[in-house]
Design a protein around this ligand. Structure first.
Ligand code: NAD
Ligand code: IPM
Ligand code: MN
Length: 356
């Protein structure tokens, strides 16, 4: 029995998480695996129901599970709450930190049926398969934060960007491990020409590299990296970078694949792993059966592979997704001329059917 905590959250979260659950149930039936699901509140939904975006009970449900599947949190309704009650700063970041999830693995691979859905030229992206590892519990997100009034008028806002040797080392090590299982190329992305934290980052990555002589390490500044990802993305394979750079570069990378609705992620390193799409709660399309559930369904596949060791089942989901895209089913975000436009539920129906 595999125990999965479900945290649907806000916006499209409660639409996409149930689709991934339907796919997991279909996998369970086909391969005789038993999954149990326990749903808990997080984000604005939790704030509305309990007065706090990350109730203790939610943490307990997570800690008592074998893996966590999260939708997304946040939305305009909660944007003006005080910071520690906001879904992002009051729930998602503390959840990652409390569970020790220091590495967020975000694969961006281009499905052959979608190569022409990318805003980039087809030949630049077709066959692309990159893996971005984003440090998840350090950096600006978790530094000191404060505001003060400036005498005479205005305010000053301060945040600190902090990294320790240990924080860089563990995520770098994961980068090298993943690179050694792929094409033995690791790109570390930083801003070492300006930031002291990046200079430490680079020194530590160089040090860890000594343990992986067969992996070719290179470094790139983050501004150049953003440009290179658009200019010639196939030069990259495994990349490792700090928290905020990784947040921004992965949204950018999602466009190489056709849509942000396609990119899954796994947050690793702690007591229990968390799987979530890289996109947000998409308030502009919430509640309309328009959201692309594939990023969440592929996150569930990552869960099967990484947390449960169910490689065959994970690959079956990925193949079913590929088949449905080949068949021409498209949610609005990846719609192309001549294809069949379907909703959140209908594309999942097709994926379940393709599972056989
Ligand atoms: P977003 O990712 O929610 O949406 C950006 C754009 O992409 C929107 O036009 C949206 O409709 C579209 N989009 C996103 N996911 C999609 C999907 N599955 N299918 C089709 N289209 C999709 O980013 P945003 O608008 O900057 O943020 C909205 C809210 O989500 C904010 O409150 C933000 O803080 C929050 N957020 C949460 C997470 C998370 O929980 N992990 C991640 C990012 C943003
Ligand atoms: C993500 C999101 C979050 C982040 C926000 C909502 C805190 O953008 O998961 O990519 O920046 O980590
Ligand atoms: Mn993001």
């Amino acid at each position: 029995m595999y125990k999965v905590a479900l945290l649907p959250g806000d916006g499209i979260g409660p639409e996409i998480v149930p689709q991934a659950v339907r796919v997991l149930q279909a996998i369970g039936e086909k391969y005789k695996r038993e999954f149990s699901f326990q749903t808990a509140l997080i984000g604005g939904a939790a704030y509305d129901a309990t007065g706090h975006p990350l109730p203790e009970e939610t943490l307990a449900v997570c800690r008592n599970s074998d893996a966590i599947l999260l939708g997304a949190v946040g939305g305009p309704k909660w944007d003006n709450l005080e910071p520690q009650l906001r879904p992002e700063r009051g729930a998602l970041l503390p959840l990652r930190k409390k569970l020790g999830l220091y590495a967020n693995v975000r694969p961006a691979s281009v499905n052959s049926a979608l190569a022409e859905a990318s805003p980039l030229k087809e030949e630049l992206v077709s066959g692309l398969d990159i893996l971005i590892i984003r440090e998840l519990t350090g950096g600006l997100y978790f530094g000191q934060k404060h505001r003060e009034d400036i005498p005479g008028g205005g305010q000053k806002a301060v945040e600190t960007l902090e990294y320790t040797t240990e924080e860089v080392e563990r995520v770098a090590r994961l980068g090298f491990e993943m690179a050694s299982k792929r094409n033995k190329k690791l790109m570390s992305v930083d801003k070492a020409n300006v930031l002291e934290s990046s200079r430490l980052w680079r020194e530590v990555v160089e040090e860890v590299a000594k343990d992986y002589p067969d992996v070719e390490l290179s470094h790139m500044y983050v501004d150049n990296c953003a440009m290179q990802l658009v200019r010639y993305p196939k030069q990259f394979d495994v990349m490792v970078t700090e928290n905020m750079f990784g947040d921004i570069l992965t949204d950018l990378a999602s466009q190489l694949t056709g849509s942000i609705g396609m990119l899954p992620s796994a947050s690793l390193g702690g007591e229990v792993a968390l799987y979530e799409p890289i996109h947000g709660s998409a308030p502009d399309i919430a509640g309309k059966n328009l959201a692309n559930p594939i990023a969440t369904i592929l996150s569930a596949a990552m869960m099967l592979r990484i947390s449960f060791g169910l490689e065959t089942e994970a690959a079956a989901i990925e193949q079913a997704v590929a088949k449905v895209l080949d068949q021409g089913y498209r949610t609005g975000d990846i719609m192309q001329p001549g294809k069949t436009k379907v909703g959140t539920v209908e594309v999942t129906d097709a994926i379940i059917k393709a599972l056989g």
